[in-house]
Design a binder for this molecule. Structure first.
Ligand SMILES: [Zn+2]
Ligand SMILES: [Zn+2]
Length: 210
């Protein structure tokens, strides 16, 4: 099994952390016991060449993937598997984002559904692929509520840390049978339900989140 943190912010798109520096990345991933992470900046994607350069500096058993967290009109949604962010902007209608994702064989993840301005998810949530059932925002009681929501929506449960700082990387992650080669393959594995949502307990042991 490999551990992939599906939701990580860096200094490129957030005001904290030095995660994007290749020199610290390998070290951070090793320390946090993860094999992969998806960089999901707010409403922007890293240039592909930067992701490629990072991956060239990583050993075979570690990988960085490119994603994005979009602040749609209703909720924050992480998308994995897009080639670029064309047509995507903050405040866009959620349904439009889902359409772009579908066209690109990407996968959509509703994140921290109980922490958005739009408030708690009410009825009428469109057919989103996955729900993030554990993160540094989704813990304790919220984690249970989010898991129930996921089951009710028949969405795929996944987990990612939503780390804005190094120390939070890998606090929640999704376990996969093997390390996907690229974003499209990662999206496919998620869609097929190969991922198991996990978070780290106090002793550092992985615990199934949902
Ligand atoms: Zn968010
Ligand atoms: Zn986030």
């Amino acid at each position: 099994m490999v551990a992939i943190d599906l939701h990580v912010h860096t200094a490129f798109g957030s005001p904290c952390a030095e995660l994007h520096k290749p020199g610290t990345l390998i070290d951070t991933m090793k320390k946090r016991l993860i094999h992969g992470m998806v960089i999901t900046e707010h409403n922007t994607m890293w240039p592909k060449q930067d992701i490629d350069a990072l991956n060239r500096s990583l050993p075979e058993d570690q990988r960085i993937y490119s994603g994005i967290e979009v602040s749609t009109s209703r909720h924050h949604v992480v998308v994995i598997g897009l080639d670029d962010s064309s047509g995507i902007f903050p405040g866009m209608v959620l349904e439009k984002l889902l359409e772009i994702s579908r066209k690109n064989n990407a996968v959509t993840i509703l994140v921290h559904p109980f922490n958005t301005d739009a408030g708690i998810v009410s009825s009428g949530l469109p057919a989103i692929d996955c729900i993030e059932v554990a993160s540094t925002m989704t813990i304790g009681e919220k984690q249970q509520k989010t898991c129930d929501l996921c089951l009710g929506q028949k969405a795929i449960p996944v987990a990612g840390s939503d780390a804005h700082c190094r120390e939070n990387i890998g606090k929640a992650y999704t376990a996969f049978p093997r390390l996907p080669r690229n974003e499209k393959e990662l999206a496919e594995q998620i869609r097929k339900g190969f991922g198991i949502p996990m978070f780290r307990g106090k002793n550092g042991k992985g615990i199934r989140a949902c």
